[in-house]
Design a protein around this ligand. Structure first.
Ligand code: ATP
Ligand code: MG
Length: 447
């Protein structure tokens, strides 16, 4: 039975398999460093201990070739983990060609483009694979979190007829002669599910965004954690769930991913709770004091988000909510007060008079970047119709969605949390592309 390098005990006969990370020849002594998913082990061949054939194989083997080693584990204080394997047999499973496109030992540095072009090889670097082990762990924690709280995991369509926020950012495609789009968010569907009685749902899935911007924090294919909950009193209920989720992920990672975090140079991920909650109005005041003047109703700029982080950092906070945004900065489905028992025309009038009306919305920012947006949603049919019209969206295109609001739609709300954005801020990655195995951006369609 094959063992991983972190499972080896002295004086055992073992079989390990992996890649030739390093090879050093000192006359009658050859050292191979075998690397597998879990780490490294030194394989020591001394001419007096091993047969001629095995020695020859080791001498000839190229770096990054795939080998299987059968041998005895021995204590060796001078070896990296205090042990080494004295091989009985080395089997070459596949030779690696030379030269290598990338150096997995990281002695030769490579830029991000070269690394992404050779991602399969880049991932052989423990520092890089650690990111994806942590990503996998996060998803596991998230699923556990939601199941424990009675949420149902759902999957909504990827091929859709209308975007959740109109036509921007959508990738169009030909659907048997009709125009269709790749889903940019599960928004409309997770809301429709609130009328189904499923009550509390979550979805972990991929979405597509034809972003205008080419930045180090935008991707064109993202994965997000979404949830939607019925029978809430306000967006505060949703913020509470999001805060608990983020804190649970961080605490559990600190407990269960010590090894991966330490490979990334992180002792412990820091989180101070409870997350502060400030209103959009208050954020503008703070920014004003920092010399950043935003017009009321303008979305927070990148510079403003950075400054706000400086402000919270002084108090020791990395993660904080900004809530109660004015209507014009938010999507059409965002709830605001005073919608009950009104005709669409009355609500339209209300909006025309005050398009900066406060909504029950929030963003969660982590170290100066938005990682999640959420809100209480409008659950009142007439109000949705008015809001769509106000935003210049075609009510007709949303007919299938609006139907769900006619026959018993409970008050509800939810959030979307971008996994890559979260991971990027969590691990202080400089570029969001580091948080995806095979990122899609404006220039990159392969690998
Ligand atoms: P931003 O303003 O940062 O571009 P957004 O407000 O357009 O994001 P939302 O529609 O609120 O994004 O999506 C919810 C979450 O999904 C965001 O908070 C973010 O974590 C993630 N997200 C959205 N768009 C992208 C993207 N292009 N690349 C990476 N993550 C994204
Ligand atoms: Mg947002």
């Amino acid at each position: 039975m094959r063992k991983y390098t972190n499972e080896l005990k002295p004086n055992e006969e073992v079989e390990v398999a992996g890649w030739v990370h390093e090879k050093r020849i000192h006359g009658k002594l050859i050292f191979l460093v075998l690397r597998d998913r879990e780490g490294f082990v030194q394989v020591t061949l001394s001419k007096k201990d091993v047969d001629e054939e095995t020695f020859k194989i080791a001498k000839k083997i190229s770096k990054e070739s795939v080998i299987k080693v059968i041998g005895i584990v021995r204590n060796e204080p001078k070896a990296p983990n205090g042990i080494e394997i004295v091989p009985k047999k080395i089997i070459v499973l596949n030779k690696a060609q030379t030269p290598l496109p990338l150096d997995p030992t990281e002695k030769v540095p490579a830029n991000l483009d070269t690394r992404l072009d050779n991602r399969f090889m880049d991932l052989r670097r423990p520092r890089i694979s650690a990111i994806f082990k942590i990503r996998s762990k996060i998803l596991n924690i998230v699923r556990e979190f939601f199941h424990k709280r009675g949420f149902i995991e759902v999957h909504t369509p990827r091929i859709i007829a209308t975007g959740s926020e109109g036509g921007t950012e959508l990738f169009a495609l030909d659907y048997f002669g009709r125009e269709a789009f790749l889903s940019q968010s599960p928004q409309l569907y997770k809301q429709m599910l609130m009328a189904s009685g499923l009550d509390k749902v979550f979805e972990i899935a991929t979405y597509f965004r034809a972003e205008e911007h080419n930045t180090v924090w935008h991707l064109n294919e993202i994965t997000a954690i979404d949830c939607e909950v019925a029978f809430i009193d306000s967006h505060e209920d949703v913020m509470k769930i999001l805060e608990e989720l983020v804190v649970t992920v961080i605490n559990r990672l600190n407990e269960t991913s010590k090894k991966e975090l330490s490979i990334l140079g992180i002792d412990e991920i820091y989180v101070k709770t409870p997350f502060p909650r400030i209103s959009y109005d208050k954020a503008l005041e703070i920014l004003n004091d920092f010399g950043i003047k935003l017009k009321y109703g303008e979305d927070l700029t990148t510079e403003a988000e950075k400054k706000l982080y400086e402000y919270f950092k002084q108090e020791g906070y990395d993660i904080y909510f900004i809530k109660d945004y004015p209507y014009i900065t938010r999507p059409f489905y965002t709830y605001f007060e005073g919608l009950e028992d009104k005709q669409p025309e009355e609500i339209l009038e209300m909006l025309k008079e005050n398009p900066k009306i406060k909504t029950r919305s929030f963003d969660l920012d982590y170290k100066g970047r938005e990682i999640s947006s959420g809100s209480q949603r409008i659950h009142i049919y007439n109000a949705l119709v008015a809001s769509l019209k106000f935003k210049g969206l075609r009510v007709e295109s949303f007919k299938y969605y609006l139907e769900a609001f006619k026959y018993g739609m409970p008050p509800h709300g939810g959030f979307g949390l971008g996994i890559e954005r979260f991971l990027m801020q969590l691990l202080d990655l400089k570029n969001i592309r580091e948080a995806v195995l095979f990122p899609r951006d404006r220039n990159r369609l392969t690998p």
